[in-house]
Design a protein around this ligand. Structure first.
Ligand code: ATP
Ligand code: MG
Length: 401
């Protein structure tokens, strides 16, 4: 288990070097050090320093004051975005979510003390090759153990989000959660419930899109956390459908919720515990409503499939098919005909509302237009070749008589 200078991108080293040239301490810290120790390529680079945020902004040409109030500046180092955070300690936490007070520190160990797990509380200065690992995070990584820094019950009471973070890291890395830390999850569910929906679901969604999301959900269910994210999901207990569908939040939620499609549970019951973008809600609701893909039910007329596609509205019917194919374990080839019909689907009528009104000889819009439009759609979905202005006009004349 070794940290290698050459594994750190040059642009990141530049940031550390610049801070050190100004007589400051600078370390890589948190997830990136943990990942490197596990021979995983870090996805982002966090630097911590004793330089105050305002100083950091002076030292670099391109900076963004991302979280200047709690000490974080994003430095754009030749295109590489590096988060630089001033050493800090936190205290208070009367609300179980965030510190009442943040204080800047000059000692790296004071900063590591506020971090959640020992494996995340390691700092490494790659220029002078200095390692700060006051809680034996390296030992825990070697033993594949997730352990809270300090008194776990105190730490989980400070910030309830740490409970679910433990499960997220366990699911991702397959580590064991040390028994006391594990027990503290169940003992601090109330604090977890106080954390904002956004922060809770952010961690939940990260688990939901993991390759082994199923295991993650079982763990969330058994610890009681899922009850405070989505009570309905914690009662279901069957998450095998997750393995089959693509790893996006929208597909995975839709897959989970489709298993309730024929039950008494309302759309609202499924959606209200979460805060989802409108587009994602629409996809999930359509997936539930349109669960019976006609192509799968044996010989169904093209017309019925076209009606199904139209009922999907703005939702990408191909995405829905992918999901159903995955859920049913059927080869997507079985949906070949449906896919063909999706590509050829008429998206609008060859006559617009104005033209329909004219053809009907109406002076102003009225309910007749709606009825006529419905009739035209019915024709066109039966035979898309009908969708020309001439044929639709002819149909309207006949309808009028
Ligand atoms: P990932 O690879 O998933 O980003 P990470 O360890 O980098 O994992 P982040 O959420 O990006 O996780 O947080 C960066 C670091 O900040 C963590 O490694 C940890 O040291 C610290 N940290 C983050 N959230 C908390 C928290 N709720 N309580 C204490 N420390 C935290
Ligand atoms: Mg990170």
């Amino acid at each position: 288990m070794k940290l290698h200078f050459q594994d750190v991108p040059i642009r990141v080293l530049d940031v550390i070097r610049t801070l050190q040239e100004h007589k400051h301490q600078a370390y890589l810290v948190g997830g990136c050090v943990r990942d490197m120790l596990m021979s995983v390529t870090p996805k982002d680079w966090d630097v911590c320093t004793d330089a105050l945020p305002k100083r950091v902004m002076k030292y670099f040409l391109r900076t963004i004051p991302t979280g200047i109030d709690h000490g974080t500046i994003t430095v754009n180092s030749g295109g590489e975005m590096v988060e630089v955070t001033t050493f800090r300690s936190e205290s208070g936490f009367t609300d179980g979510r965030r510190p009442d007070e943040v204080e800047y520190e000059i000692d790296i160990n004071a900063d590591l003390l506020r971090r959640d797990f020992t494996m995340n509380a390691i700092a490494w200065d790659p220029i002078f090759n200095v390692l700060a690992d006051p809680f034996d995070g390296q030992g825990d990584i070697e033993r594949r153990v997730i352990r809270a820094v300090g008194d776990v019950n105190k730490r989980f009471k400070e910030d309830g989000l740490r409970c679910i973070r433990a499960i997220r890291f366990q699911t991702r890395m397959g580590f064991e959660i040390e028994p006391e830390t594990h027990a503290a999850i169940g003992a601090n569910l109330e604090t977890f419930a106080k954390v904002s929906i956004e922060r809770r679901q952010d961690e939940f969604f990260k688990i939901l899109v993991m390759p082994n999301a199923q295991e993650g959900l079982i763990e969330l269910c058994e610890t009681g956390l899922l009850d405070h994210i989505h009570p309905m999901l914690s009662q279901n207990g069957c998450y095998t459908c997750l393995n089959n569908v693509k790893p996006t939040v929208e597909m995975r939620l839709a897959a989970l919720f489709c298993s309730y499609a024929n039950s008494y549970i309302s759309d609202e019951d499924l959606l209200t515990p979460l805060k989802l973008p409108a587009k994602m809600e629409a996809f999930i609701l359509t997936a539930r409503e349109q669960k019976c893909v006609p192509g799968r039910l044996g010989p169904v007329a093209d017309r019925d499939i076209r009606i199904w596609i139209r009922a999907c509205g703005d939702i990408d019917a191909n995405e829905l098919l992918d999901m159903y194919a995955a859920l049913t374990g059927e080869s997507p080839n079985n949906f070949f005909r449906v896919r063909g019909l999706i590509t050829q689907q008429p998206r609008k009528l060859a006559l617009d509302g104005h033209e329909i009104k004219e053809e009907l000889g109406l002076a102003k819009p009225g309910p007749l237009i709606g009825k006529a439009t419905k009739m035209l759609w019915s024709l066109v979905l039966g035979d898309p070749n009908m969708n020309t202005p001439e044929m639709l006009r002819a149909a309207l004349r006949e309808y009028h008589e």
